[in-house]
Write a protein that binds this ligand. Structure first.
Ligand code: SAM
Length: 351
């Protein structure tokens, strides 16, 4: 066997980066949970000052700060022995309303990784694992990870990219958000379009309970209702607009769900399908974003679909051609890619 030492060294170098990133997941979750990033955003501090400000133990905080500085998430000044956040670090780590807030992604990853022993068994048995069976970090991390992207794009870019939908929502429309999780997307739409009525559905009761709480907190109870319902049988008809955010591929029977969406829409209605960004061919998804999605898909999306009837298992990287098949086979005659971001594709389907 002839080992190319340059290639070996490059691969081991990558391994060190990846291993650091893997354990760093826990560091970011701790930093967010204890308010360490937020506290540090107020100005340079040493470990004792940060510990005093956050009510934490100085020795632990010092070790955490060092891990963060080594990873480039926090900046260290050897002259003063103080740590600080640059504007960019604060924007992504300390401001929960920023469009690039990152800690939710790590909370989601940590929660998803808790399922590794069970999913490893599933590789042999083929068994599924429902979304509802995961660690709570999955639900809350998912909401926290996706909300900033929705806040940045949904009402200003995604909805305006659809034919005539923004105008309908402005004048008053009936909207269903199916597989709404904790309701981040429903709440954003309800805030932007006060004349419309919004119905959020998800099969997971705990997510719906949290979504209801969020709607009450935001003072939106007059125009938003959340209910537990599966995508194939959510109640109501004559909807002007139905949306699904990052969940069609999680469903066991996405064609059945699409058929139900078709019957729930009025004849001039629109279905918006937001899916993870993906190309049609595996070879074109072999990049950092594809790696994230295929990994989450192995732990969350594919087992979720497998746990439900039909168990189609589209996976999080299904791609446009596969989505078109699913949607048009359910009776929609028009389907197009309306817009995209580096992380999402937005499709428009109409009867
Ligand atoms: C990745 S999460 C996305 C949640 C939410 N749409 C968001 O963007 O934050 C997938 C959601 O789909 C829901 N889900 C999966 N299968 C479902 C089904 N058959 N009917 C309704 N909801 C379903 C899960 O409970 C979960 O809340």
């Amino acid at each position: 066997m002839a080992i190319d030492m340059d290639k070996l060294n490059a691969f081991v170098g990558r391994f060190v980066t990846d291993l650091g990133a893997a354990v760093h997941t826990g560091m970011v979750v701790i930093g967010e949970r204890l308010g360490l990033y937020r506290a540090l955003a107020s100005g340079p501090m040493n470990s004792a000052e940060l510990a005093a400000k956050t009510g934490t133990d100085e020795r632990y905080v010092r070790e955490w700060l060092s891990s963060q500085a080594a990873g480039g998430y926090i900046t260290y000044d050897p002259a003063t022995h103080k740590f600080c956040l640059t504007e960019e670090q604060a924007f992504t780590l300390a401001q929960e309303d920023s469009p690039a807030y990152l800690p939710g992604a790590f909370q989601l990853a940590l929660g998803a990784l808790a399922a590794v022993p069970r999913i490893a068994d599933s590789f042999r048995s083929g068994a599924g694992m429902g979304w509802h069976e995961h660690d709570d970090g999955v639900f809350h991390g998912c909401e926290k990870f996706f909300r900033p992207g929705y806040a940045a794009n949904l009402t200003t870019s995604w909805i305006p990219s659809l034919h005539g939908v923004k105008e309908k929502l402005e004048s008053g429309a009936r909207v269903a958000d199916v597989g709404c999780g904790l309701g981040a997307s429903t709440i954003l739409m309800a805030k932007a379009f006060p004349k419309s009525r919004f119905f959020g559905f998800d099969y997971h009761d705990k997510s719906i309970a949290a979504a209801r709480q969020a709607a009450r907190r935001e003072g939106l109870a007059d125009r938003v209702a959340f209910d537990v319902a599966p995508a194939k049988s959510f109640p109501g008809s004559g909807y002007d607009f139905v949306a699904v955010f990052d969940c069609l591929h999680d469903m066991g029977d996405p064609v059945g769900a699409a058929r139900h969406v078709r019957t729930s829409l009025n004849d001039t209605g629109t279905w918006m399908i937001v899916e993870p960004f993906a190309h049609d061919q595996l070879k074109d998804n072999l990049n950092p974003v594809g790696r994230v999605y295929y990994s989450f898909s192995t732990l969350l999306c594919t087992p979720c679909s497998r746990s439900q009837e039909v168990g189609l298992c589209l996976g999080a990287q299904a791609g446009e051609a596969r989505m078109r098949e699913v949607v048009t086979s359910a009776g929609f005659s028009r389907f197009r890619r309306a817009t995209e971001t580096p992380f999402n594709i937005v499709y428009e389907a109409r009867p």
